[in-house]
Every structure is written in structure tokens, then in C-alpha cells.
Design a protein around this ligand. Sequence first.
Ligand SMILES: [Zn+2]
Length: 286
Amino acid sequence: METQVRVPRPRKCDIFRVEVSATKYEEVVRYAIDCAKRGVSALLDFMPVHGLVMGARDEQFRAVLNDFDLLYTLDDRDWRAGISEAMKVALLKDAPFFAWIEHHAGDLVERSLPAMAHLVHRSAELHLNHIATSGDPFELGSSRPLDFGHWAAHKLEQLSHHELRHGEAVAVGIALDSTYSYLTGSLPHADWRRIIDLFEAVGLPIWHPDMATPGSGGRPAVLAGLEEFREHLGGRLTIMLLERIGSGFEVHELDEAVLLEASDLLRRRIEGGEREGWEPTPALAR
Ligand SMILES: [Zn+2]
């Protein structure tokens, strides 16, 4: 398929508008890959990257605007919300990047633009490298590692009537699936605590009251997100879990009892803080 997307020359000011004549998702992704090959990695900040990958199927994609000054227009909540997507891709692919975020958590919270700019660039690089090298650039298969933490996130956004920002919902979803990874014995305790600690350090939630909102049959409504995610994948359920910071693996089913245990653990953490007893000892992990 011949792409109809015109690749622009970046202007000196590094702000450029891209008129996309095509509306198809595939063409937009091709465009992103073309830009990456040309070294225009600054094109995409991590929020548009995510919109590109996840949201552009049904939306007319009109422009990519790259202007870090726009970040100044965000309030603190939205400034922080995007950090979860960078944490997501760091957890799956780049342990040194995760350590970098830990080291710069204070800078990020204090709205250091150089720190945020680095976060955006590295996150975009990792997203684009995955899209360009995974062998499945349009994510037509069942494996979608960039969806880590998203099965619960999508459902929580809906349950909260979108009061939760996408990035906040992703933080809760990642905290949940990381805790599940720990409780089922795949993720070391120290790595799990680093993840929870970092979410707290950057001011992102690890739990939300809608995790407990009842659904049909008294079962928490968020669990319906698993079935909806399977439908979203278009076939077999595939969920990413963690074996360590920087490395994920896939499973095709989750134990709902352990998921609820993970959610309860995180709820007790936010309600009780560091109070003793909120987390199981590693020996209790399966
Ligand atoms: Zn996302």
C-alpha cells in the first residue's frame, strides 16, 4: 500500500504541523516509522505516540505537534499522568531507563522540562523501536506488549466515567499486574516494591475505588475488563506480566482470586500507608 502521508521537514523551531491526508491507522503508523528511520525521533511525544498506536484506528489523525513548551500548559495532574506510559515501556524493555526515572522522580514532579523531555524522547524511542522491529507493526496478532497494564486501565476509565486520566488508569493497571506478577512468584519482591515506590514518588495512583465497584453477580466490575480486552485483541486473551524490571512475558489467563488479592493489597497500601501488614512477606507469595 502506497502511503499518502507526506513526511515533513522539521523546522528550526522544532514545531511542525503535519497534515495527514490518510485516515487509516496503518498509514499513520507507517508515517511514524518513516520519521523514525529519518531520525526525526523528536516528532512524537509519548502521549501522541500512544494515541497513534491505540487511538488512531477510529479517529481522523490530523496533526502531530511537537513543542515541549506545550507541556507547560498542563496542570500538575496531567503533567504527571504521562509518566506511567514511560514507566510501562521501561518495565518491559529497558531497566536502565526505569532506574533513570527513579533517579529523576523528584525532577519530574518538580516539573523539570529537561527531565520530562528526556522521558518523552526515550519513551518515544522505545515505543517506535517496538513498532518498527516487532515484526507486527500493526499489532494484528494477539501479542501487544504496549498494552501492559491496559486491560484494567481501559475498564477503570469507563467505570470512573473518565474522571481518571488515561495515564492514571494505566498506573493502577500496571500496579495491579505487577502485584499479580509478584504474588504468583514471577516478579521478585524488591522489583515489585521499586515499582510501587516509583508510582508513589511521582504522584500516580496505585489503586482506585472503582477497583471495588460491583458488577454482575457481585463480582467486581473491573474483572469484566479481561473479557473486553480479549475481544479488543480479537482472539485469544494475552496479558503481559513481569519477570523482572525490564522484562515481560505473556500469559493467556489470569487467576481472578489472585487478582482480587492483588487489588486488596494495593487498597490497604493507600489506606494504611506504610503501616505494618499491608504487604505479604515474600514467603507468602506463590
Ligand atoms: Zn495507554
